[in-house]
Each structure stands twice: as C-alpha cells, then as structure tokens.
Write a protein that binds this ligand. Structure first.
Ligand SMILES: *Cc1c(COP(=O)(O)O)cnc(C)c1O
Length: 231
C-alpha cells in the first residue's frame, strides 16, 4: 500500500494519464469520471485521495462501504462497482448513490423496490460480460439489449449505460471488449427505450484504463494505481 504523499501524487498522475487518453480520443478530460476503487483500503488512505480531489469512490461490498461511510463524512458519491446479491439489495440502496453492476431483472427489481420506498430513482449501469470469461459477471452481449429493456421498465431505477470488466489477457483483447461494449451502447441507444439514457460506459481499471478511454469510457474504476497493491 502507498503512503500518504504517494497517494496524492498517484491521483495527480492518474489524472494526467486520463487527460492524455481523453485528448487522444478527441474528448475533454472532464468528460471522464475517476472512480477510485477502494475495496480493502483503510479510511485514512481513502481520505487522502479525497483531499487530492477524488469525489467518487467505488466499493464492492455493502457492509464494508457502510462502515467506511460512517467514518468518511466528506461529501462524495459512493458507487457500488462489484457484483450485488439480491438479498443485499435493500441495504445497498440505502448506502450507494450509483450501481455499476446490475446484471439481472431479478436484482433490478429488488433495487427498484427499495428505491421506490425511499422515494428515489437510483442510477444504474447494466453489466455486460464482453470477454466471455466464465469467471466474470454480466449479461452476454447477445441478451443484453433485451434484458436492459426489461430492467429499464422497473420503477425506481434510471438506466444510465453499460459496464464491463475487460479481458485480463493481452491489451488488444481488452480493447476489443471495450470496443464491443461501445458498439452495444450505440445499438441500444438507437432503440430509444423509455427510461434509458446510454450516456455512460464504465470500463477500464488500473491495467487498461487508457485503452478504455480511447474506446469511449466515461467512467474508469481505478484502485491499484492510486493506492498500491491490495493485500
Ligand atoms: C477492484 C476493482 C477495480 C479496480 O481494480 P484495479 O486493478 O485495482 O484498478 C475496478 N472494478 C472493479 C469491479 C473492481 O472490483
């Protein structure tokens, strides 16, 4: 894990790399949201990233996020970036501002139900398994459009785009995953389903975020490059 000054430096360096990739793809750096992936990272270190200007935090577990939110009082947005079990959906809606990994109608219904009770509309991204790797979550690209239309019909949700985890293989394989997600986004956008805006593509992690931005990412989820290796 990195020490405090190193975290601030790492945030600055990641921002520069984001800006470089944005320019290469003809976009403005401000169009890309840096979501700091903070699983297993202690709160003092997360606060160091917040002081360095990070305003969006990505967590994978509901309980871990809940504990951190109690300690971190700064006004930041909490993103659930990992897989969510349906039985944790109620709690998750109370804790998180954004959901990146909705991959079934069943889960969407559980999230939507609690959101309606709380009088909110939760922004969600639909996760697609672009690599075909069996260890990864997400809808198959073939089924994603159809299922997304059903998910978008659930009240209490606002579908804002797609999310994927790229292949961990060679970089060109990751690039193909991101390109396919973008194509799928464009196809779904043309369908103009009600309650769907396809403005966001959450893709890219420490090892592949620049390539993801070149292929159209609007949100990158970065942990290791900011905080160092996790134990
Ligand atoms: C941990 C995690 C990340 C960040 O991974 P790094 O390689 O550490 O940048 C991004 N997305 C998801 C879904 C994660 O679980």
């Amino acid at each position: 894990m990195k020490s405090y000054p190193e975290i601030a430096e790492a945030v600055a360096e990641v921002r520069e790399r984001i800006a470089g990739a944005a320019r290469r793809s003809g976009r403005k750096p401000e169009e890309i949201l840096l979501v700091a992936a903070t699983k297993t990272v202690p709160t003092e270190r997360i606060q160091e990233a917040i002081r360095a200007g990070v305003g969006a935090l990505g967590e994978n577990r509901v309980q871990e996020a809940e504990e951190k939110i109690r300690e971190i009082r700064d006004k930041v947005a909490w993103h659930l970036v990992g897989h969510l079990q349906t039985n944790k959906a109620r709690k998750a809606v109370e804790v998180f501002d954004w959901f990146h990994a909705v991959d079934s109608l069943h889960l969407a219904q559980a999230v939507g139900k609690r959101a309606r009770e709380l009088g909110k509309a939760v922004p969600v991204l639909v996760e697609v398994n672009t690599s075909g790797e069996v260890t990864k979550y997400g809808l198959s690209p073939e089924r994603a459009g159809e299922e997304l239309e059903r998910i978008a019909s659930v009240e209490g949700l606002a579908v804002k785009g797609l999310m994927t985890v790229g292949s961990f293989g060679p970089m060109e394989e990751a690039r193909a995953c991101f390109r396919n997600l973008r194509r799928l986004r464009d196809e779904i956008a043309r369908c103009a389903f009600p309650n769907v805006s396809m403005e966001h593509l959450s893709m890219g992690m420490t090892n592949d975020f620049e390539v993801a931005i070149e292929e159209g990412a609007t949100m990158v989820r970065i942990g290791t490059a900011i905080f160092g290796a996790r134990n």
